[in-house]
Design a protein around this ligand. Structure first.
Ligand code: KG4
Ligand code: ZN
Length: 357
């Protein structure tokens, strides 16, 4: 029987140092053999956000140990690895460079192919690690740096249907958490606070709700949260603001996803329309439930990565590596780190003041 490919994935684009080994089972479905993630929360906590220089230094300190751990835990021998896939972008260039250089050095010394992976494509393919998923599908990518609807035709082929014109939704969660005095990284805590609050206490704005197709905007919402947070006196009011914020985000995502469904159906005539939600914010349980309900109403199949694969990890990087390996898509050892690397290179840049929708 032909040997199943074994891929080592390496991720260091922001504040997680991660390495993972994946392969395929007898049915040809991806299987995770190990998935090691080392978070830098303690390094950045006192600064209230990620400090690039400190993040890069921490990646440098840990990358070899984390990779060794991933190989040891997987039960394979280092020579069994068929290709090394590292995140090449987008992200902080000083951080990307660590995992990229380390992956290239390993590929070179083991004499194995090297694959440069787009981190966003990692999120886009992350549900394939636990469920069967074929192209094409509609993707909602909701993370700390990105908020986009993309039609995914096949590996490497994306059409952007909508994007945020200012902040990413994860950024809005993080900023709201900071204003409520929640310790970094606060985004995931918002849903915990929201459970204890009244979602109808504060009326918050929903920018470009009635225009702009499935483009999104969160900056006005953040400003409104800032104003209200200054008047807040009690813990209960904090819970109420978190609940009102969570509800507003759900309403925005519900409306914009409904529009994205229509736009996706115009370009894809599949019998079964699939909707994938990926990225850190896809871990938000209420957003998951709301989008699952919407899928039922609109006859889309909802597909989510498991909660532990929503945030940054190296298994999703290895997943892209596995698909590229099977297509013999390899990269040169001089391929650069790319701080900006959109999935749809042809889509217009839609950020900043003066954007007309
Ligand atoms: O995908 P990710 O780990 O990193 C990026 O590529 O950006 O996403 C991180 C983002 C952060 O903004 C974090 O606050 C958000 O995902 N996040 C959440 C939750 N868990 C993580 N936002 C809302 N609810 C959650 N449960
Ligand atoms: Zn990410």
């Amino acid at each position: 029987m032909k040997k199943k490919p074994i891929i080592l994935g390496i991720e260091s684009s922001c504040d997680e140092t991660a390495a993972s080994v994946i392969t395929e089972n007898e049915q040809g479905l991806p299987t995770i053999l190990s998935n090691i993630i080392s978070s830098q929360v303690d390094v950045h906590k006192e600064f209230g956000g990620v400090v690039p220089e400190l993040a890069a230094r921490s990646h440098l300190e840990k990358i070899d140990l984390i990779t060794k751990k991933a190989i040891d835990e997987s039960g394979i021998k280092i020579d069994d690895i068929d290709a090394i896939a590292s995140t090449a972008g987008p992200g902080l260039v000083v951080c990307l460079s660590v995992g990229l250089s380390f992956g290239k050095a390993m590929a070179s010394s083991l004499n194995k192919p090297f694959i440069a992976v787009n981190h966003l494509e990692g999120h886009a393919l992350s549900p394939k690690l636990n469920s069967e998923l074929n192209y094409p599908y509609l993707l909602l990518l909701i993370s700390g740096g990105h908020t986009q609807f993309l039609s995914v035709k096949e590996l490497g082929s994306y059409k952007r249907l909508g994007t945020t014109i200012d902040d990413a939704v994860g950024e809005a969660f993080d900023k709201t958490a900071k204003l409520l005095g929640i310790e970094f990284p606060g985004g995931p805590q918002i849903e915990v606070y929201a459970k204890k609050g009244d979602p109808n206490k504060y009326e918050l704005p929903k920018p470009i709700f009635h225009k702009g197709g499935c483009n999104l905007s969160f900056a006005g919402l953040k400003t409104a949260v800032l104003k209200i947070s200054k008047q807040i006196k009690t813990e209960q009011e904090k819970y109420d603001l978190a609940a009102s914020f969570q509800k507003t985000i759900e309403e925005i995502l519900y409306k914009k996803t409904k529009i994205a469904f229509q736009e996706f159906k115009k370009i894809n005539n599949d019998n079964e329309n699939k909707f994938v939600v990926a990225g850190g914010v896809a871990a938000n349980k209420k957003i998951r439930e709301m989008l699952k309900d919407l899928c039922k109403e609109e006859k889309f199949k909802a597909i989510f990565p498991p909660i532990n694969l929503c945030g940054d990890n190296a298994a999703m990087i290895a997943m892209v590596g596995l698909e590229k390996f099977k297509l013999n898509h390899f990269d040169d050892l001089d391929s650069p780190a790319k701080p900006r690397w959109p999935l749809d290179e042809s889509a217009a840049f839609l950020k900043g003041a003066g954007v007309k929708l």
